[in-house]
Write a protein that binds this ligand. Sequence first.
Ligand SMILES: [Zn+2]
Length: 489
Amino acid sequence: MALHLYNTLSRQKEPFVPLNPPYVGLYVCGPTVYGEPHLGHARAAVTFDVLFRYLRFLGYRVRYVRNITDVGHLEGDADEGEDKILKKARLEKLEPIEVAQRYTALYHQAMDALNVLRPSIEPTATGHIPQQIAMIERILERGYAYVVNGSVYLDVERYRQDFPYGILSGRQVEELLAGSRELEGQAEKRHPYDFALWKRAEPSHLMQWDSPWGRGYPGWHIECSAMSIHYLGVPFDIHGGGLDLVFPHHEAEITQAHACFGPEAQNQARFWVHNNLVTIQGQKMSKSLGNFITLQEVFSGKHPKLSRPHAPMALRFLFLQAHYRSTVDFSEEALMAAHRAYLRLMTAYERLLEVRPGSYSTWAVAPWREKVFAALDDDLNTAAALALFFEQVDFILRLRRQEAFLTPDDLALFQQTWREVLQDILGLLPVLQVERSKWNQTLNLLLALRRQARLEKNFALADLIRDRLQEMGVRLLDFPDETLWEWAE
Ligand SMILES: [Zn+2]
């Protein structure tokens, strides 16, 4: 089996074959840096971090481009409302670039905590104005856009004469018409579903650039087409993002690519990959519902829905336990369960590293390893891969107890698979060294006290220690010669 990815364009899983092996071009829509990073940012970043890590593991040379949107993203996601960064700057009395840099730094901090690797290139929209203008000029030359009062709009009706529109989202223009509202600035458009490539700026507008159409600023959609194509060519291998970006953002990107480069653009990217969203107790996360949770609030525990701080690895594990195309329902209970599962798995991994090889094997490692990679190859099914590791936790205990055996080669392959998949591909950090050593010392002290109590036939005290540890999520395993412990499920 080779890696298969679900392609939103074809609505099916397809074998992943790069256009120019061993190179792979991957573009993912990054954050609009006007507010603190939240659970939705983390889900997208972890999803594509695993894809990036796995492609590299498979031997590809990946150029991973993830942008920073620091201009042009309007409140309504379409051509309506105020620019999100400008609004924040106005409210906080800051320069727009101060807003962008502050929230970019907070985003990086949170992603580092989640062990999300930095992309190869992280371009900003404001740093690529000439590329965007060049693309818009070419779209105008080819007749797929028009200029009104210093703004440029993509002409969807004209485009539809030559290309199918709506191929990614499956939306029909007729549906769009029915859903469109009368909005400010819409009067300039020939059709309500045309969208802005460039917007004219009022003299008071804080972010504006010279262009062939006067002073203004780029539309949100053109940024991603221009930056992805500038660094990866067209078409490139994989374009990713959250499911909420399929329409209008990604549909507009495909339209722009065809309008600029013709049919050779081939949908801008060969694969369009989308991660599903995070819900909060079954509801969509939104500021208006009061269930909006930032990553800093998760890590610090300072949120009405949280009672204590949570480790970034618990959140990463919560996401990995689901398939990336399923929703993840966030709650403190789910997060704590994910943390216990993560600790249980990593403790088993540490115990595996202490196992000594035997002279024969009582179990075949290679077929199990194949199943693990088959799960990852099956559209990055991290949930199925993790389940295969959990199935081996008891086996590791038996290896450690010398009730089961692996030859040196089998043991090495088993240990290698745990390291490669858990650490290198899924990006799980080992339990913190400091945390572990303090915890181990305390636990060993309790186990020694319990052993002493049993020797003195004080079984009430021995049971008390066992029961209280059980409440803390630690299960004791008594053997005639020693007591081991593990994280309970
Ligand atoms: Zn984008």
